[in-house]
Design a binder for this molecule. Structure first.
Ligand SMILES: C[S@@+](CC[C@H](N)C(=O)[O-])C[C@H]1O[C@@H](n2cnc3c(N)ncnc32)[C@H](O)[C@@H]1O
Length: 156
């Protein structure tokens, strides 16, 4: 953080991520966390981020996803094998596992999030952008997007 000149914008908070998270962040990032947890726990984590972020704000998930290899990537075959091995390891050790983008989108929808975009990271894995759904009657557009829509768009 210091190397990047970000110390004046950074606080380190020790907390249980299943409890209320500090509110008011620009964005909430779950990096390589969701795969450690089963669907029920993963949904709670996403909901905690949504609650802290507030309506209209962003939650990002960085994970290796099942089906990433459908991206036009020279490492697609290796990506698929790595994802499958990790999926089995997570399933056996933690009850979690790799999700497809559609599965992750469904968990996020249960947590009050709507899928925005999904982009491959240079070193493998994806970053998936969600927005916190506006409360009913707020005038927000459209509701949750289909999990098969709006994927593979660059983050805006
Ligand atoms: C696979 S690591 C990912 C670490 C880091 N985010 C990254 O991308 O490299 C999962 C992390 O979740 C943390 N963790 C597990 N249970 C937690 C909890 N209840 N509250 C906060 N962090 C937790 C672990 O300590 C570990 O650092």
């Amino acid at each position: 953080m210091a190397d990047q000149g970000l110390t004046d914008r950074t606080d380190v908070v020790v907390a249980d991520m299943f409890s209320a998270l500090p509110p008011g962040g620009d964005v909430y990032l779950l990096s390589r966390v969701i795969a450690d947890w089963n669907d029920e726990h993963a949904t709670v984590l996403l909901r905690r981020c949504a609650e802290a972020a507030g309506a209209g704000n962003r939650v990002l998930v960085a994970e290796r996803l099942m089906g990433e290899d459908t991206h036009d990537s020279p490492t697609a075959s290796v990506d698929r094998r790595v994802a499958t091995a990790h999926d089995l390891r997570m399933l056996v050790l933690t009850g979690g596992g790799k999700r497809t983008l559609a599965h992750l989108g469904d968990l996020a929808a249960r947590a009050g999030l709507t899928l925005g975009s999904c982009s491959l990271l240079p070193a493998g894995g994806s970053i998936v952008e969600f927005r916190v759904v506006e409360p009913a009657g707020s005038g927000a557009a459209d509701g949750p997007a289909s999990t098969t829509e709006r994927i593979r768009e660059p983050l805006g």
